[in-house]
Design a protein around this ligand. Sequence first.
Ligand code: HEM
Length: 392
Amino acid sequence: MTCPFAATGSALDQAPLAGPLPGAYPEAVNARYRSIEDPDTVRAILSRPDVFSPANALSTAVEPEPAALRILARARFALPEVLASASGPAHLAVRRIVAGFFSPAKVRAQREPILARVRGICSGLEPRLRNGESVDLAVELAAVIPAEAMSRLTGLPAPEPGRLKAWSQDSLELFWGWPDAQRQLVLARSAAQYYSWLDASVHQGVQRDDGNLYATLHQAGVSERQIRSLAYFLGIAGQETTSMLIQTALHAALHDHQWGALARADTAATAARGLVREVLGRASSVPTWRRVAASDARIGQLEFAAGQQLVLRLSGGKLGAAGDDSLAFGYGIHRCLGASLARMETELVLAEAARCLPLAVPDGPPAPFAHLLSFQAPTAVPIKYTAKRMLP
Ligand code: HEM
């Protein structure tokens, strides 16, 4: 029998965007984007935002259908450049305000609430597992923790978890996927609904004088239209990406037999830190990001024509082989503002879930990964209880 994880024997080898990028993308995407996989070239591109602009950060990966655009237009859906896709002083001004909400001290203060929540969820799962039920940690844990942390940090409400998950996944597929014409209509309707929810949430937020993120941006002169664009990006960037990272880390912990080390008090912190680093280097939830050449340019032997669209590898490939997670959150002036939050959340969920549910084992073979242009994660993390305690 051949091993399903031929490269290193790890469940992370299944990650579809860990291997050569053009091999994972459909022709329509490869025709539109040039994949850049060499880490030094990627770093050089990310350090020149004047030449390699982030303006395409929130574009659709393939040409949108006019009927889908009409649905979005009816909802007055618009994503003006404000943070991830903006450049220059306007980008920096907004970035500085948003960064203030995710300072090291504020992120650290989330430790206890996150631990308490994971403990609470696991104590509800324990009796179900003891009863012989299978539970999906992607739904029970990964989908819940990041949205709640974001809500506490920004001072803003989140939609209820099921709705948020459906809206986020639909928006990811609409902007980073290759949906056919019919599917685009379904996704555009969902994105329009999410946008309407955000419209009301932004409007209420800016009117409350309680220091929430939207009110703070508005007081600094950022328009409600721009705040809606930022909220749409942050809803995806701050929650769904972290949920997907937690899913991948739980998947690897269970299938690569690291649950025992995570469950033990003396090894938990080191095991969690090492596993999160490994996942980020080899199979991150955001293994690529986009740029567009604003003018003709050259990096080493490579030439770039103005207007050329690029997909840059941030995880997997050579980075994965070297165990290098230094690009996983981007690089330079647009580097992710939630990097330490995402790492901490994932480490805490891993260690606390293993401590609370030490008898958990995977329920069945590893679930397949789903992927888009810039995102990947296993579709589920089902567990069941075993009578035998698993220790390394
Ligand atoms: C696993 C979780 C996450 C991953 C892998 C990730 C990854 C990334 C990447 C690759 C970028 C683009 C960097 C670039 O253009 O050079 C980015 C930007 C960003 N991320 Fe994250 N992110 C994650 C979680 C979060 C969280 C929890 C937040 C919450 C604050 C967040 C907020 C942002 C923001 C605001 C930007 C845009 C920064 C700017 O344009 O100045 N991300 N992230």
